[in-house]
Write a protein that binds this ligand. Structure first.
Ligand code: NAD
Length: 445
């Protein structure tokens, strides 16, 4: 029985773990297994990434180069672009991107490519796990037929499961080992072995009855966030219209010890998950004749936030008898969230786009992001790249408006308040003390 063979190999740490896709999800995972004593092979299409890993240089915020070197020194880790080595692996975990097409339909090409490599090199006795976020049914409808086509029989020759990733890049409190892991296999044996595997590196594993349930659980989690952020953004607009401080309101509401969970407004949503994942669910629901209205509404509100912020900038400049056209605007923070360098789907890009398309001269400062390119389909501005500007006194003084899009910790906010003329704070980066002592006019979301 391959179930018993695999469990034995996992238990005595002779199992070789292959991870396909060494990004924010795949690299921390393979390093966790290698640190626990498993031999790990990382498969990547990006040769720069494999070279960096094999030199012991980490490009992911949650993985230290020190840990990477430890794994290389013990011979427990290597990265490669040679997919024929998939044949050596007892376990193969797929962690490739799941973006959207321009039409907002799921782009399954990365999963298909990874599945194709496994199809080529798979052998009897392997456990294959999909971790990429995707619509319910992907594991059963796309991956399973690919491996069966090769003549392999489920349970007898291979096991197949889905286990969603919940990594929160840059969160020091929750890392791979202490984030509970949901596991759903295509068969009972698949669930059992996949759960056993993860229990070696994760404190708590929660097994569910099928891969579909696990796929849906991940989308439920992220749709919950997208919708609640949408509500926080709507509430911020309501509070602004009523002249009430939305941040004070949400903090007050959050003192309720049950039945309320705070979500905060902002310039929009970013990253590879929250803006994308709900579309995977609504797309699949549409195939079954169901229109998920909450998802559509949240998407409309969240994607409208950059425009709302551009409007706040316009109004603030107007108060100083200035127009957006020709104004010097400094964007503080362009990564999609605090203290990380991830620019994927960052709403700051849309804010910059909108302001540039209206004739503003935009520069940015972000200690984590040296350069910003505008090759995204939604670019409506001039599209020229921007480079990180040093946050000098002169820059602050000469800017007509400073817009805080991301509240990185290592920014000198007291100096921002002292030297700027107008600050639009979309993240509540400036606390009460800073605001009350500020010389700048401060506008908050
Ligand atoms: N980033 C997060 O915070 C996060 C959290 C939970 C879940 N996820 C999900 O995990 C998946 C991966 O996300 P990520 O953030 O790690 O993406 P990423 O872009 O950081 O990493 C994916 C890696 O896969 C590589 N790749 C692409 N095609 C490949 C192929 N055919 N073979 C081998 N490598 C290939 C890319 O070069 C890249 O290095 C996505 O489905 C995402 O939705 C991400």
């Amino acid at each position: 029985m391959i179930k018993e063979e695999l469990k034995k190999k996992i238990s005595d740490k002779t199992a070789c773990i292959g991870v396909i896709g060494l990004g924010y999800v795949g690299l921390p995972l393979i390093v966790e297994f290698a640190l626990k004593g498993y031999r790990g092979i990382g498969f990547e299409v990006d040769t720069k990434k494999t070279a960096e890993i094999n030199k012991g240089h980490s490009y992911i915020v949650d993985v230290t180069s020190e840990n990477l070197k430890k794994c290389l020194d013990t011979g427990k880790l290597k990265a490669t672009t040679d997919f024929s080595q998939l044949n050596e692996c007892d376990v193969i975990v797929i962690c490739v991107p799941t973006p959207l097409r321009k039409t907002k339909d799921p782009d399954m090409s990365f999963i298909l490519a990874a599945g194709g490599e496994i199809q080529k090199y798979a052998r009897r006795g392997q456990l294959i796990i999909l971790e990429s976020t995707t619509y319910p049914g992907t594991t059963d409808e796309i991956l399973l037929p690919m491996f069966e086509e090769k003549g392999l029989k489920l349970d007898a020759d291979f096991l197949l499961a889905f286990s969603p990733e919940r990594v929160d890049p840059g969160n020091p409190q929750y890392q791979t080992h202490n984030i509970p892991k949901v596991v759903g296999g295509v068969t009972k044996d698949s669930t059992e072995v996949a759960a056993f595997l993860y229990s070696q590196v994760v404190n708590h594993v929660h097994s569910v009855s099928s891969a579909r349930v696990a796929e849906a659980a991940k989308l439920w989690e992220n749709t919950f966030r997208a919708i609640n952020i949408g509500m926080a953004n709507e509430m911020a607009k309501v509070c602004n219209a009523l002249g009430i401080d939305s941040w004070e309101v949400v903090k007050a509401a959050a003192t309720k010890p049950f039945g309320f969970m705070p979500f905060f407004p902002g310039p929009g949503i970013g990253g590879h998950c929250i803006p994308l994942d709900p579309h995977y669910l609504s797309w699949k629901a549409r195939q079954h004749g169901f229109d998920s209205q909450f998802i559509t509404l949240a998407e409309q509100i969240n994607s409208g936030m950059p425009k709302y912020v551009a409007g706040l900038v316009r109004d603030a400049l107007n108060e100083s008898e200035k127009s957006v056209k020709g104004a010097k605007i400094l964007i503080l923070g362009v990564a999609y969230k605090k203290d990380i360098d991830d620019m994927r789907e960052s709403p700051a890009l849309s804010v910059i786009d909108l302001l540039r398309s209206r004739g503003a001269e935009v520069v940015y400062h972000d200690p984590f992001v040296p350069e910003v390119t505008f090759d995204h389909a939604y670019t409506i501005g001039s599209g020229e790249p921007l480079f990180n500007a040093e946050l000098t006194d002169d820059l602050l003084k000469s800017s007509d408006c400073v817009v805080i899009c991301t509240e990185h910790s290592n920014v000198d906010y007291p100096r921002v308040c002292k030297l700027s003329k107008v600050v639009v704070d979309t993240r509540n980066a400036l606390d009460e003390t800073l605001r009350s002592g500020s010389k700048a006019k401060i506008v908050r979301l």
